[in-house]
Design a protein around this ligand. Structure first.
Ligand code: BGC
Length: 749
């Protein structure tokens, strides 16, 4: 566990830290401090081809990347830069990471202050930039497991590999709440429900910061990033303060309370103000209301963008002044050398006070102290201590298989007509096709080896794709694979459908979805699933052979007419390197599926509502008709919710309500059941939601058995953001619901 996140300890430690940081701070010049507040990208330190009159701009570093001692000297010693990030384009082996980190820290040790560099990286689903690392599901898949202990374990394992690579700081987790399926970073989130996002976020922060090899977590992207009006990355969001506090802030609050060490800021604008210069959001809310004491870093180039993109500052210098006043501690500059120079000038000119600068530098030094950098000098641990992969694979593979969500299982089984089509039994041939069937990149998504995650050169050899796993699990003689790409044509479709009509396999499995993307490159004009993929399903359906759809992708694209042609439909999200096997194990029935959808899958592109919709959003007109509701997910046994009971009918504010839920497994397989509890405030001064996710619990219900589960909700949690934008709980009648079982009670003050 890191020094800074030991709950309830340390007056002695805090005093020692304060004294140490004070003593370092007292020796620092304005330039030293400006450097500490500066973060540069690794590529700024790497050997590059020289600029020429034809190519006057800075060029991409030469491969293989190497530190350029002159550039390192200029940045770390002359400009005293205190932080470096990222990977200059792609993953490296642990040995190369060690060379970079050791080179950087040795240079940092030579500056007057000798303060080590704080290195940060995006290791969002495993150590994504360390080659060969264990890559588990992306956050949207982790959320579908509804298993916070497993998520914590995955984060612990990520921290082990990141720390073993010599890096102490991770830009993860994403705590944006996904409310718009078009948004290209939907898959980087834990879904649509603030409660699920918060619980998962806390688990991940604890995993990173409190495991055997702790690293610092970063809560991002604070706040309101996920709800731009256009659905496109970094475009304007308009979020009333009530909604900001009701939906978007609670996960940040929960993770701050859990001790998260840093926060990264939303690159976009909210209510007309770029968040990087919004003092209300960065200081009044973050520091005063949420009580965050850690370090705030900008997102990529975002201070510069205040004048280059948002047009709220006249020049770079004014942009820096605005951002620092608003509450930024460190600027992810990351590709110019002007920032520290201009910041020092601003202080010397009195436009930014040195006291304000000290606040930020103190937070940065405290973070470095908590990470033990002053003791280790930031040097990487011995390479021989790099963990054995086998010790880390289990959690990633378990999370992958637990995430797989069976959303539909209706078609008739080829061998046993009284059974649904899944799991695929029998011995017949299975035709497999679809653009995501044979791609490890599709399983992993963005931020895997490279930023966009599309370059096959950085995949770990030997990790199987979905079809390779199907061959392993079903046997090569059963799988008839027809490879197609994202650009599959009508003639490909005709050829495959013709082949199915001729050969009459037992069933077809068609892999749909998207190839990796993140940020701007993932923007879309239309939520509807690609036409050619829909045509493929339609053509396969006309053959009369049952069609099982598997969706590999991170956001719910609409395809309702085509979906009605599928006999079964499985959502795999972005399950990572172990996802191929996870899908195959679910299809064959080696694993009884337990994933539950962490968002509402819209039926139509213009009808994306969430589980916590208002009554006027279709409740009376019947327009709330998503393709799949939040929490959907089938297993190969049917578990019924048979009862819901409370000990009392009246509770007082502050009471804990224990809800007893009865379950009955009517099937012949043991099943993991997630009990999902919603609350309903029957009458409230701000229009209440139809349902709000309040609690969840996972239990195993053996075949044919019944079970009783107790879930607790504190009545303090039944409130909302009221008319004056503060949190209130109003007395009155509340409903509680698990699936089709509901009960009500009265709350008194
Ligand atoms: C992304 C962040 C990321 C940062 C550093 C930005 O473009 O928005 O999520 O942490 O780059 O790589």
């Amino acid at each position: 566990m890191l020094v800074g996140c030991q709950p309830g300890k340390p007056d002695v430690q805090t005093d020692a830290k304060t004294a140490f940081v004070d003593s370092v701070l007292s020796t620092m010049s304005i330039e030293d401090k400006a450097g500490e507040m500066t973060q540069l990208a690794l590529e700024m330190l790497c050997v590059r081809p020289p600029s020429t009159p034809e190519k006057p701009k800075r060029q991409a570093p030469l491969e293989p990347h190497r530190l350029d001692s002159a550039l390192v000297h200029e940045a770390l010693i002359d400009l005293k830069v205190g932080s470096v990030l990222n990977c200059a384009g792609h993953a490296y082996g642990p040995d190369q990471w060690h060379e970079f980190i050791a080179g950087i820290q040795s240079a940092a040790a030579q500056k007057t202050t000798g303060i080590p560099v704080l290195y940060g990286i995006d290791a969002i689903h495993g150590a994504t930039y360390t080659s060969g690392a264990i890559l588990g599901p992306q956050q949207i898949g982790l959320a579908a497991t509804w298993d916070t202990a497993l998520v914590r374990k995955c984060a612990e394992n990520t921290a082990i590999e990141v720390a073993a690579s010599g890096i102490p700081w991770n830009f993860s987790p994403v705590l944006d709440v996904a409310r718009d399926a078009r948004w290209p970073r939907f898959w980087e989130t834990f879904g649509e429900a603030p409660k699920l996002v918060g619980d998962m976020g806390v688990a991940m922060v604890r995993g990173y910061q409190e495991g055997p090899s702790p690293i610092a977590a970063t809560l991002k992207h604070y706040v309101g990033y996920s709800r731009p009006l256009t659905g496109k990355d970094r475009t304007p969001a308009w979020i009333p303060e009530r909604q900001l506090r009701q939906i978007f802030l609670p996960p940040f609050q929960a993770a701050i309370d859990a001790g998260a060490m840093s926060v990264m800021v939303n690159s976009g604008e909210v209510n007309g103000i770029p968040v990087h210069c919004d003092e209300h959001i960065l200081t009044d809310i973050l520091r005063d209301d949420l009580g965050f004491e850690g370090m705030v870093v900008t997102d990529w180039e975002d201070i510069r963008f205040l004048f280059e993109r948002h047009m709220v500052a006249a020049d770079y210098k004014e942009a820096i002044e605005m951002a620092i006043h608003a509450g930024i501690d460190m600027s992810m500059v990351p590709t110019d050398l002007e920032f520290p120079v201009l910041l020092a000038e601003l202080v010397r000119e009195g436009r930014v006070s040195e006291a304000r600068m000290d606040e930020s530098v103190r937070r940065i030094l405290e973070m470095k102290y908590d990470l033990g950098l002053f003791t280790s000098g930031g040097m990487p641990p011995a390479l021989s201590n790099y963990p054995a992969k086998e010790s880390l694979e289990g959690a990633a593979a378990r999370a992958a298989v637990k995430s797989i969500t069976v959303l539909k299982n209706e078609g008739q089984h080829a061998i046993y007509p009284d059974k649904p089509i899944l799991p695929i039994g029998g011995t017949g041939r299975i035709l497999v096709t679809g653009p995501t069937a044979n791609s490890l990149n599709a399983l992993n998504g963005g931020w895997s080896g490279t930023w966009q995650g599309r370059d096959t050169a950085y995949n770990t050899p030997g990790r199987p794709t979905a079809v390779e796993s199907m061959i392993e699990v079903f046997g090569a003689d059963r799988i008839d694979f027809h490879e197609v790409g994202m650009n599959l044509t009508s003639s490909d479709i005709d050829r495959i459908a013709g082949h199915v009509a001729q050969t009459r396999p037992q069933c077809t499995v068609v892999f749909l979805g998207e190839m990796p993307y993140t940020e701007f490159p993932g923007n879309i004009e239309d939520l509807e699933l690609f036409e050619n993929q829909q045509e493929l399903v339609q053509a396969l359906k006309t053959t009369g052979t049952p069609v099982i759809g598997v969706y590999v992708g991170g956001r719910p694209r609409t395809f309702s007419e085509t979906e009605s042609m599928l006999d079964a439909f499985v959502m795999a999200y972005l399950p990572g390197d172990y996802g191929g096997r996870a899908i195959a194990d679910v299809l064959i029935g080696a694993f009884n599926p337990s994933g539950r959808l962490p968002f509402t899958w819209p039926r139509h592109a213009s009808a994306h509502l969430t589980h916590d919709r208002k009554f006027t959003e279709g409740e009376t007109s019947g327009d709330f008709n998503p393709l799949y509701t939040f929490g959907s997910g089938l297993s190969y046994s049917h578990v019924e919710t048979t009862s819901i009971a409370l000990a009392d009918s009246v509770y007082q504010l502050g009471d804990t309500v224990t809800v007893t839920v009865g379950l009955q497994n009517t099937g012949d397989r043991s099943t993991i059941e997630t009990v999902i509890l919603y609350s309903q405030d029957r009458v409230a001064s701000i229009t209440p939601s139809v349902d709000v996710l309040k609690a969840f619990k996972q239990v195993i219900v053996p075949a044919g058995a019944s079970a009783e589960v107790q879930i607790q909700v504190n009545t303090d949690e039944l409130g909302f953001i009221g008319k004056d934008n503060t949190y209130i709980v109003e007395p009155g009648v509340f409903g509680l619901r698990v699936k089709n079982q509901g009960i009500a009670f009265k709350l008194t003050l």
